[in-house]
Design a protein around this ligand. Structure first.
Ligand SMILES: Nc1ncnc2c1ncn2[C@@H]1O[C@H](COP(=O)(O)OP(=O)(O)OP(=O)(O)O)[C@@H](O)[C@H]1O
Ligand SMILES: [Mg+2]
Length: 225
């Protein structure tokens, strides 16, 4: 089984949600491994934050080359970062790594790159990657001004690619000043062709992240697909 965690933008909680799903699967006794096919932005430890967090949340270990086949140095759009290193991102490489992970674990949770249509090369973007992967998508939406438009546009792009949504997550920890979370969730839920599987509070305020997502419902949907 595989799941792609995508989002309406960069920096909106995809890694957080990926790790929560991985930990919840682990708690249910499932072997689960995370994947970040394209990681951009090397840190001071010569590593990639998302990749380290995802590996730590996985219940089984896997080679770095499979978890993150493209590790780019610049904290930039992947098509810039890859070109600067003379690398051409190719879906065949990503799919081969994914296949190896699928042989190791019952569930592979894949974190997307930025929003849904981020250029990866002259020829392909992250929507092409999602289409090649073909996994149901969990869409992360930050609760802030403008998010309804972004959520609906993203859902439309996902449907146009023939992909299905497994659910969406409202991340209410991105903008502490946004005051219309419940109404915004209702508005998106009324217009998007999938149900919300959870709302994340501002975890910086010390609230627990456990049991915020309806993982069993998500798993049922993945099994049904
Ligand atoms: N609900 C929340 N409560 C507190 N902090 C949060 C919450 N959601 C996200 N953050 C913080 O916001 C930052 C961005 O989140 P995250 O790294 O998960 O985003 P992302 O969508 O994976 O970004 P990228 O596009 O770079 O991969 C992180 O520092 C994360 O800890
Ligand atoms: Mg991330």
């Amino acid at each position: 089984m595989k799941l792609l965690v995508s989002g309406t933008d960069t920096g909106i909680g995809k890694t957080l949600v990926t790790c929560l799903v991985l930990r919840a699967l682990k708690a249910r006794g499932k072997s689960a491994v995370g994947m970040k096919p394209v990681a951009a932005g090397i840190n001071l430890q010569n590593s990639w934050d998302d990749v380290e967090l995802i590996r730590a949340a996985s219940s089984i270990s896997a080679p770095l080359e499979d978890v993150a086949p493209y590790r780019l140095r610049a904290p930039a759009s992947p098509h810039f970062a890859a070109a600067e290193e003379g690398i051409t991102i190719q879906s065949a490489t990503i799919l081969a790594a994914l296949e190896r992970l699928e042989r190791r674990a019952e569930v592979v949770v894949i974190e997307g790159v930025g929003g849904f249509r981020v250029p990866l090369s002259d020829r392909m973007d992250s929507a092409d990657m999602a289409q090649a992967i073909g996994a149901p998508i969990l869409l992360v939406v930050p609760m802030r001004l403008g998010c309804i438009n972004h959520a609906l546009l993203t859902a439309e792009a996902i449907a146009k690619r023939g992909l299905t949504l497994a659910g969406w997550v409202a991340n209410a920890g991105i903008d502490p000043h946004y005051g219309r979370v419940a109404e915004t969730m209702d508005t998106i839920s009324d217009r998007i062709n999938t149900s919300c599987i959870g709302v994340l509070p501002d975890l910086a305020l010390g609230q627990s992240s456990t049991d915020r997502l309806a993982i069993d419902r998500l798993l049922e949907r993945l099994q049904a697909k």
